[in-house]
Design a protein around this ligand. Structure first.
Ligand code: C2O
Ligand code: CU
Length: 503
């Protein structure tokens, strides 16, 4: 497989990016580089799509450009992207570029960074592709329904010189709650989903189809870009004897390593770039299985080996990706900000119950790792949580506040000094997992339950287990008001969001 020739345009782009980063952070370079402008048009509108195989019929969904997922947008790092979004839905919408460090006005949050795109109207987003990596786009308006009906798509920002692989493959993982008719159940935002683990569906798709098999050849090396676009489903993928190597998380390079515990864990909105060497025998099949929900194993897809091998042994090409231009936080000068997550059914845990039995990064089960004592928690605090829930209709709280996207006023929960380093120490005092996402920045995950993490990985969404404490650190170099929220979209709708101001 030949390396793509370095085109003149790409060379100019990377040279410009290199020169720019030597002088100024890339984020402050609106349109200043000489790279190509890519123009894309996205139209959000109802459509029909074949999710499940025959004999199931088509399903009514909401689509970008008539498909689920929407088109894969691919640009080179350093290029500029302009996306004209047209709203063909019967309700307002926006588009958020998940994980991309865009200027605040391009972030796609209704009432915070822009007015919603009215029915029949359009909005043009424009930003530089600062970081190479695997990202995605989705609405930020009533996400629990708009995303749940199919509005999302992959955004791939290529390295100027991608690492060598035989195939670069994107798998957009989708999760649907389908009825027997094949149509989407329209119980979006019901109280049960909001108060428990969100809208976990019954049908998982890869790139908008229930897959049967994925054809591979022995000896083949695939860069597999996984994107979890599910409203609420968490994946813990077992690659059936294959040994995937993680090379990036949430788009940001990590030093290549086997996943902890052997399985690739992806909360909603999270991405992993894997190198998978196809080590099976010609003619064999192997099932990739999701084991997150204990007792509910889900066969995602079979790897189906062709009869002819591509090569006898896996290649030994380098896997390490070049770093992105992220500012390094200084923990000695960082401000410290405590964030406590509360709410949900089963009450809240009290502080002394925290952090005793959940190992660092342990995915745990839905409720499987709760001790009976811990589950009851402190009666008073549990009753307090229930009372607040009943009184307000809100379900989830960040530092005691349940925000309301529809209220059109979101006061900042934190104000962080611009260009300074900050630590956010999150305590999950609930019985549920929360993939916590910060807009406009990537952060290092520096500790779990007081233990420093081994790789201090850069992420934009961190999965926080029940009762876990997680610390993140970053330089607040992107000015504006940024959403900080749980990416279980029903939890977000139930109040688990806030605004962090960088000024
Ligand atoms: Cu994927 Cu606030 O978004
Ligand atoms: Cu949550």
């Amino acid at each position: 497989f030949p390396m793509p020739a370095l085109t003149r345009r790409a060379f100019v782009a990377s040279a410009a990016a290199g020169a720019a980063s030597a002088m100024l952070p890339l984020l402050r370079q609106p349109g200043a580089n000489a790279a190509a402008m890519r123009e894309v048009r996205l139209r959000a509108a109802p459509g029909r799509t074949q999710l499940a195989p025959e004999p199931f019929g088509e399903t009514s969904a909401w689509c970008y450009n008539g498909t689920v997922p929407g088109p894969e947008i691919r640009v080179r790092q350093g290029e500029r992207l302009r996306v004209a979004v047209e709203n063909g839905l019967a309700e307002e919408t926006t588009v958020h570029w998940h994980g991309v460090r865009v200027p605040n006005a391009m972030d796609g949050v209704p009432h915070l960074t822009q007015a919603p795109i009215a029915v029949g109207e359009r909005f043009v987003y424009e930003f530089d592709a600062v970081d190479a990596g695997t990202f995605w786009y989705h609405p930020h308006q009533r996400g629990f329904e708009q995303v749940g009906r199919g509005l999302y798509g992959p955004l791939i920002i290529e390295e100027p010189e991608p690492i060598r692989v035989d195939r670069d493959v994107t798998w957009v993982l989708g999760d649907w709650r389908l009825m027997k008719s094949g149509e989407i159940s329209d119980d979006f935002g019901n109280r049960h989903d909001i108060h428990h683990n969100g809208r976990v569906g019954n049908t998982v798709t890869i790139n908008g189809r229930v897959p049967d098999s994925f054809a591979v050849r022995k000896g083949e090396r695939i860069r597999l870009r996984l994107i979890n676009t599910a409203n609420a489903r968490i994946f813990s993928l077992d690659f059936a004897g294959h040994e995937p190597i993680v090379i990036a998380l949430d788009g940001q390079p990590v030093s290549p390593h086997a996943p902890d515990g052997g399985q690739v864990v992806l909360g909603p909105a999270m991405r992993a770039d894997l190198i998978v060497d196809m080590t099976g025998e010609p003619g064999s099949r192997a099932s990739i299985v999701d084991r997150f929900y204990q007792g509910l194993e889900y066969r995602l897809v079979d790897l189906a080996y062709a009869d002819a091998p591509l090569r006898e042994r896996a290649p030994d090409w380098p896997m390490e990706l070049p770093a992105n231009p992220l500012p390094e936080p200084d923990l000695n000068t960082a401000s410290r900000n405590e964030v406590v997550l509360t709410g949900g059914m089963m009450g809240e845990m009290v502080a002394q119950d925290m952090g005793e039995s959940v190992g660092p990064g342990a995915p745990g089960g839905m409720m499987g790792d709760m001790k009976p004592g811990g589950m009851m928690g402190d009666m008073n605090s549990m009753m307090g949580g229930m009372m607040r829930m009943m009184n307000s209709g809100a379900a989830w709280f960040i530092n005691g506040v349940a925000a309301d996207e529809g209220s059109h006023v979101m006061k900042p929960m934190l104000t962080l000094a611009r260009d300074k380093s900050h630590v956010i120490a999150m305590t999950n005092a609930t019985a549920w997992h929360h993939p916590m996402h910060l807009h406009g920045h990537s952060f290092r995950v520096i500790s779990r339950n007081g233990q420093p993490t081994r790789r201090r990985e850069w992420q934009d969404t961190v999965l926080v287990s029940p009762r876990e404490k997680v610390e993140i650190a970053f330089v607040a170099d992107n000015p504006g008001d940024w959403m900080f929220h749980c990416h279980v979209l029903e939890h977000q709708a139930g109040g688990m969001m806030g605004v962090i101001r960088v000024a």
